[in-house]
Design a protein around this ligand. Structure first.
Ligand SMILES: [Zn+2]
Length: 493
């Protein structure tokens, strides 16, 4: 279908209808995350199978027009799976782990672990979470089953992998083998670094450590005594003036800083580029600042998108990898030695301590998502859901060096192969980093020209996915070379 065909009245009407539905859905997510739940049982407009089929007939399933069809498919699937998800959510909200006679809500386990310096307490928690996951697994399984049934029976996609590959125009098997290569390339380096790190921070050795100890390690709370307490969100916003971006009082950007410290953060682009929300916890330490920068990486890429782009080039995108790459670029930047020293005023020694820990955190996380991708591709290829948990425990244990309970598999499984988006985005952020180093110099963080380059990148919205963006905009492939180079520089220093 050509652009002029996309202009015909039937197409225009469907596109506009889906855009309205998309915005309503995002607004609903926003109120859910902000804690106002009154709209929870009130999904926006209906989308039935006949609508999805008509949209497929009109738009086809390929190229930019195909994005309209997949937006409709996602909407249809969401409406069918939501009742199952709601049951799971209800049970999850009621589930609590008991540690030292105190209740830890299941939904706050990660936040709790990031703060829990007591090894014994984390080990208690691990046992409790195992039982809770075993109890909750049938509900999670029910929700996944509902998704696969809709795909197979309503939409005629018998295989999850084939559906995701078609929707995202990517080879998951190929991506899985890239992830496998990355794991091999970095395995020895990682193993040599993670044990001494864990041991210094917790006194534990890897053979006794679980993923909950890894969460504590990656939370970096034990370095918060080096965090400059005078930093405020407004202060951080004014940093962007260096790049010619006036964010204080920018009408498109809404920052909600509320809830408990370390809460899950979000960026919700209700209307691109006119209304973008960032939800973060209070700014009390490194983890909070990192989350803020991560979400700002998403948010800025949305608010500087060209408003004249059609919805299929800014609102309807089936891969989150490009936006995540901007988010990881910002996240890494704010924890880099240069930023910590030049912008936050840390001493050279303290800046090095924090930035080295963070570089190791990024390597750990990238390996985690690479391993998850390998596991998910293999499990879905073999049609395994619950049965996939033993491969999960085995591969995660081998690649992260931390023990993963098999029972937690379904609760660590994101739909749509989002693990691929994260894995690619970690690689992509390093490609962007290296490009800025080459084009502007190693002081690009302080250089106003960085702002012009970023705005040029963001202007095109989601027209290209990450791989095509790197190729067409920077003339570079998406590969692991820059990631390994950029991170070894910090680790070795
Ligand atoms: Zn993100």
């Amino acid at each position: 279908m050509t652009n002029s065909e996309l202009q015909n009245p039937v197409c225009r009407e469907w596109t506009e209808k889906l855009l309205t539905m998309t915005k309503e859905m995002r607004r609903r997510d926003l109120s859910l995350h902000l804690g106002s739940e009154q709209t929870r049982n009130d999904p926006p407009g209906p989308m039935d199978l006949a609508d999805v089929e008509e949209i497929k007939h009109v738009f086809g399933a390929a190229g930019f027009a195909g994005r309209v069809y997949y937006q409709a498919v996602d909407y249809f699937i969401r409406s069918k799976v939501e009742p199952f998800q709601a049951i799971l959510n209800t049970w999850m909200r009621g589930a609590k782990a008991k540690v030292n006679a105190r209740d830890v809500p299941f939904t706050e386990v990660i936040t709790w672990c990031q703060d829990a310096g007591d090894n014994q307490a984390r080990s208690e928690l691990a046992k409790e979470v195992r039982s809770l996951c075993a109890f909750l697994a049938p509900f999670s399984y029910g929700s996944w089953k509902a998704l696969l049934n809709v795909l197979e029976q309503d939409l005629g996609y018998p295989e999850y992998i084939a559906f995701c590959e078609e929707k995202r125009d990517v080879s998951l098997t190929g991506s899985g083998s890239h992830a496998q290569d990355f794991l091999s390339e970095t395995r020895e380096t990682y193993r040599g670094l993670v044990e001494p790190w864990l041991n210094t921070v917790t006194g534990l050795s890897l053979k006794d450590a679980s993923r909950f100890d890894a969460i504590y390690l990656l939370g970096l709370r034990y370095l918060d005594h080096l965090f400059p307490q005078e930093i405020s969100i407004d202060g951080i916003m004014s940093f962007f003036c260096k790049w010619g971006m006036d964010l204080v009082g920018n009408p498109a950007l809404h920052i909600h800083s509320e809830g408990i410290p370390g809460r899950q953060s979000y960026c919700i682009p209700v209307d691109i580029p006119g209304e973008v929300h960032v939800i973060v916890g209070p700014l009390q330490g490194w983890l909070d600042m990192e989350s803020l920068f991560h979400e700002l990486g998403h948010a800025l890429s949305f608010i500087y998108t060209d408003p004249a782009l059609p919805p299929e080039e800014k609102d309807f995108f089936q891969s989150g990898a490009l936006s995540e790459a901007f988010a990881f670029l910002f996240q890494r930047m704010c924890m880099s030695r240069e930023f910590l020293q030049e912008i936050l005023g840390l001493s050279a020694e303290n800046a090095q301590t924090v930035s080295r820990a963070h570089a190791l955190k990024l390597l750990t996380l990238t390996r985690r998502y690479a391993a998850k991708l390998v596991i998910e591709v293999e499990n879905f290829r073999l049609g395994r859901l619950k049965k996939g948990q033993s491969l999960y425990s085995e591969v995660m244990g081998r690649e992260t060096c931390f023990y993963y309970d098999p029972e937690t598999y379904l609760f660590d499984l994101m739909p749509d192969f989002y693990s691929l988006d994260y894995f690619q985005a970690f690689m992509g952020a390093a490609c962007l980093w290296e490009y800025l180093n080459d084009a502007i110099g190693e002081d690009w963080i302080l250089n106003p020209e960085t702002g012009s380059i970023l705005r040029r990148w963001w202007h095109n919205g989601n027209r290209l996915d990450l791989t095509a963006f790197l190729q067409e905009t920077l003339g570079r492939p998406l590969d692991s070379g820059p990631f390994i180079k950029v991170n070894q520089y910090d680790l070795g220093s």
